[in-house]
Write a protein that binds this ligand. Structure first.
Ligand SMILES: Nc1ncnc2c1ncn2[C@@H]1O[C@H](COP(=O)(O)OP(=O)(O)OP(=O)(O)O)[C@@H](O)[C@H]1O
Length: 257
């Protein structure tokens, strides 16, 4: 589903002509199969967000290619990216990123409005999703009237509204208390099982490992193997994933069809 192939990335910071090069990711090979829940873990500054931004096309790798659903997205123009992103990715953020002046219903509906979907279809889709995330009673509430857990469930509904095969989540439980965190992770697990949605999640949260099929550890911009039995984040090393697991098994898109 997502193949990151020999990707390295560096940022240039500072004034033009006097830039300083900051290498952030080094030769990343990672394959996420359709229907997997993969957690990306690693210390602050290890390059997790950069990797997610590369996969979602907000930045382009300095070296290497990324394929999503069999297409080499690193070759896309900005216009191609905008369409592709809408169709293929839903996003969940630590800070929810709901529009405060819109109700829960309107926040979930917005991507459908932008896509030009008709009113009746929009109503059905949004109501179905709000019901799915357990928020039918809160459709008319504004984000400020909802708890953090409820807001995050609205943002899950919004992420799913265009039916993307992949959800990219950056610290989805980072702002939640432990009860809401558990509920959100259970919801992610259910959505994955029911609908085969692929989740790629950045996390510092050990609970996420319980719902993730595997974790990928980034350390100083490199993927590291994770020996069995060690802690999740304590020493930056956790449960094992053989590098072989990360190898591309090609033609994932074929198996989706
Ligand atoms: N746009 C940018 N320009 C320059 N440097 C950047 C940029 N974005 C990220 N970096 C640098 O790249 C490195 C990795 O950052 P990144 O945000 O990917 O790490 P992270 O693992 O997601 O960290 P955190 O867990 O704190 O969110 C950091 O040193 C950061 O300062």
């Amino acid at each position: 589903m997502i193949e990151v192939q020999a990707v390295s990335h560096q940022f240039a910071i500072g004034k033009k002509g006097r830039e300083r090069i900051v290498p952030v990711l080094h030769h990343i090979d990672m394959h996420v199969k359709q229907g997997e829940i993969v957690a990306i873990v690693g210390r602050s500054g290890s390059g997790k967000s950069t990797l997610l931004n590369l996969i979602s096309g907000y930045i382009r790798p300095t070296i290497g290619d990324i394929r999503v659903g069999g297409r080499t997205v690193t070759k896309f123009s900005e216009g191609q990216w905008a369409d592709f992103r809408l169709e293929h990715f839903g996003f969940i953020f630590q800070s929810f990123q709901l529009i405060p002046s819109m109700t829960a219903f309107e926040n979930v509906e917005l991507p459908l409005v932008l896509k030009g979907v008709g009113l009746a279809q929009r109503r059905k889709r949004v109501n179905d999703l709000l019901e799915r995330v357990g928020l039918s009673d809160c459709a008319g509430h504004y984000p400020g009237e909802l708890s953090g857990g409820q807001q995050q469930r609205v943002s899950v509904a919004r992420a799913l509204v265009l039916n993307p095969p992949v959800v990219l989540a950056d610290e989805p439980t980072g702002s939640l208390d432990s009860d809401n965190e558990r509920q959100l992770l259970a919801l992610i697990g259910e959505l994955n099982r029911e609908q085969g949605i692929t989740f790629l999640m950045i996390t510092h949260d050990e609970q996420v490992a319980e719902v993730a099929h595997r974790t990928v550890l980034l350390q100083d911009g490199r993927i590291r193997p994770r020996p069995h039995g060690s802690g999740f984040l304590s020493n930056g090393i956790g449960q094992a994933d053989s590098p072989a697991v990360w190898q591309a098994s090609l033609n994932d898109e074929e198996s989706r069809r």
